[in-house]
Write a protein that binds this ligand. Structure first.
Ligand SMILES: *[C@@H]1O[C@H](CO)[C@@H](O)[C@H](O)[C@H]1NC(C)=O
Ligand SMILES: *[C@@H]1O[C@H](CO)[C@@H](O)[C@H](O)[C@H]1NC(C)=O
Ligand SMILES: *[C@@H]1O[C@H](CO)[C@@H](O)[C@H](O)[C@H]1NC(C)=O
Ligand SMILES: *[C@@H]1O[C@H](CO)[C@@H](O)[C@H](O)[C@H]1NC(C)=O
Ligand SMILES: *[C@@H]1O[C@H](CO)[C@@H](O)[C@H](O)[C@H]1NC(C)=O
Ligand SMILES: *[C@@H]1O[C@H](CO)[C@@H](O)[C@H](O)[C@H]1NC(C)=O
Ligand SMILES: *[C@@H]1O[C@H](CO)[C@@H](O)[C@H](O)[C@H]1NC(C)=O
Ligand SMILES: *[C@H]1O[C@H](CO)[C@@H](O)[C@H](O)[C@H]1NC(C)=O
Length: 482
């Protein structure tokens, strides 16, 4: 294992490079499919599909429902001007990421003075590895070292991770993760990047996750360097649609999109169609770089955050660069900077398209097996890491709420959330912190720990992703450098 000194040294060495990497603008990639069109039902999509199958044109029609047909392909941008039924044509664009032990098996009903608002029985994780978990089950600071959750723990709910894939064989998923689909041409069915595994760990890892019994389904749409395009994401969403439509009804499906694109009508429509079909779609609000033009901070400028049915998640918490580097030990860190935990994160996008807030700074999660730094735990920051917290809470609620109506589950998320507790939320942004309904803040420290942790000997280093793609850039750079 690397020594702490080696890690600190590597941080120092990397710092100037990170800046350099950020300032290099990669040339615009040429996508396999250059345009995306939205068609209405007056267009004969079966004819288009037939043409496509015969190879006459390089395009593909994805029908989400009667209202939503999306055409991916190479055709002139002006094409629709001459055609009826073509509602919108947009260029395909780049998409970037926005940045085991056992669960406590306790079948006790509301004991230990827990103040709960969802029906029991409950389980409690103590010695909680990431503060984001505790924050979801406590109304107020200071945080007790406990994460409470309904005993079902999201059992029977499918969480789709639309990202770089997931290390489905990771021990923290305990066989609950499966490979779904891969839409990155020519790439292997593995998480080459690691970002998807981190997200899956936060949403549903046994040790690090919120919904410790939920199923994880990997939908790979981002390549090894963490980039993709809108067309590929839409293909991934269409795959999820067909999967939930052929599964048990009503579906219990949460779709997690921790990725950010410039606003796209097609991606938003695909998201809305998926919601109509019974899925709950969670999106990262997107990350903002403090040097950027403040107008770029509005989440309504990005997709899928701006989709009307997406639950768009902003971030709370405040990263501490210097202090963290000096401390290096997670346990110490956890007890410090308590006041800062309930700040609106300086990197979070904001505005009326942000629906709810969740922890998104200094989060710990699973790293993919055999990653070059697999035995070094890293803290992650970004709205990417807030979204899976909310996806996990939705899985918990979806498993316990007896309703067959997913809109009620969404309603429950909002009605449980703690209002007006986060400081410095920018004007016009909802001040609502996600809460799972199982209050553990009154738990005394004398409470017996029923939890043990996975190997915890590793050092912890901070990683702060300040720009959309910086997460990937930084991780891939580390991999290369080592
Ligand atoms: C909890 O309850 C379930 C069924 O309700 C049972 O299968 C399980 O063994 C119980 N677990 C413990 C630790 O008692
Ligand atoms: C439980 O929480 C509610 C509202 O969150 C509060 O009014 C009530 O006093 C709490 N009860 C206990 C026993 O803490
Ligand atoms: C998981 O393990 C199975 C069986 O060993 C293997 O076929 C598969 O490729 C692995 N998947 C990933 C994503 O590593
Ligand atoms: C990322 O990888 C894809 C193919 O896997 C490539 O087309 C693209 O240029 C790469 N982007 C960067 C920024 O390296
Ligand atoms: C990780 O490395 C070990 C030892 O080199 C190897 O046996 C194992 O198959 C690797 N696992 C994955 C998922 O690559
Ligand atoms: C299900 O959700 C609805 C709407 O939020 C709520 O009124 C109801 O109490 C929930 N049911 C359970 C069992 O949690
Ligand atoms: C939060 O807002 C207060 C007053 O509005 C300001 O004094 C303080 O510096 C802000 N804190 C941060 C971290 O932005
Ligand atoms: C949900 O999407 C967000 C980004 O929109 C991502 O950060 C998060 O990991 C996703 N969660 C799940 C469970 O897929």
């Amino acid at each position: 294992m690397m020594s702490i000194h080696a890690i600190l040294l590597s941080l120092l060495l990397i710092t100037p490079w990170v800046t350099l990497v950020f300032s290099l603008q990669p040339p615009p990639p040429t996508y396999q499919r250059q345009h995306i069109a939205i068609l209405d039902s007056s267009v004969d999509t079966s004819f288009l599909s037939t043409l496509s199958k015969r190879g006459k044109r390089d395009f593909k029609v994805l029908s989400f429902d009667d209202q939503t047909h999306i055409l991916l392909g190479n055709f002139p941008h002006q094409h629709h001007k001459r055609q009826n039924g073509w509602l919108n044509v947009e260029p395909n664009q780049r998409v970037t990421i926005a940045g085991s032990s056992t669960r406590a098996a306790s079948n006790e009903t509301n004991t230990n003075g827990l103040n709960t608002t969802v029906p029991g029985p409950y389980a409690i994780q103590t010695d909680v590895p990431s503060w984001g978990l505790s924050r979801l089950s406590q109304r107020q600071l200071p945080l007790a070292d406990a994460f409470g959750y309904p005993n079902e723990a999201g059992k029977g709910v499918d969480i789709y991770i639309v990202d770089s894939g997931v290390d489905v064989n990771h021990t923290d998923f305990n066989g609950r993760a499966v490979w779904g689909g891969n839409f990155v041409p020519g790439s292997p069915d593995v998480d080459e990047n690691g970002h998807g595994t981190i997200l899956a760990g936060i949403a549903a890892g046994t040790e690090y996750g919120v919904a410790k019994e939920a199923n994880i389904i990997a939908v790979k749409c981002l390549s090894a360097n963490g980039t993709g395009d809108i067309g590929t994401i839409i293909e991934g969403l269409h795959y999820i649609l067909s999967r939930i439509q052929s599964g048990p009804q009503p579906p219990k499906a949460i779709v997690n999109l921790s990725l950010v694109a410039q606003k796209s009508a097609a991606l938003n429509q695909a998201t809305d169609a998926l919601t109509r079909a019974g899925a709950i779609v969670v999106a990262a609000a997107g990350n903002y770089h403090e040097d950027d033009d403040p107008s770029k901070r509005n989440a309504c400028n990005y997709s899928p955050a701006s989709a009307s049915t997406a639950i768009s998640v902003g971030s709370t918490g405040r990263p501490h660069f210097l202090s963290v580097s000096l401390l290096v030990v997670a346990k110490l860190y956890r007890s410090l900077f308590i006041d800062d935990k309930d700040q609106f994160a300086s990197f979070s996008n904001d505005g009326k398209c942000v629906d709810i807030l969740a922890p998104g700074t200094s989060i710990l999660s699973d790293t993919k097996t055999n990653a070059s730094l697999a035995n070094v735990k890293m803290w992650y920051s970004g709205t990417s890491y807030s979204a899976p917290h909310v996806a996990g809470v939705l899985a918990l609620l979806s498993a316990t709420n007896t309703t067959s109506d997913h809109y009620q589950v969404i309603q429950q998320l909002y009605s449980l959330a703690t209002p007006d507790i986060i400081k410095n939320v920018t004007e016009g942004t909802a001040n609502l912190l996600a809460f799972n309904g199982v209050e553990t803040s009154q738990m005394s420290s004398s409470m017996e720990s029923t939890k043990h942790r996975a190997s915890d000997a590793s050092a912890v280093v901070p990683v702060f992703f300040s720009a959309y793609a910086s997460c990937l850039t930084l991780l891939s750079f580390w991999a290369w450098w080592l």
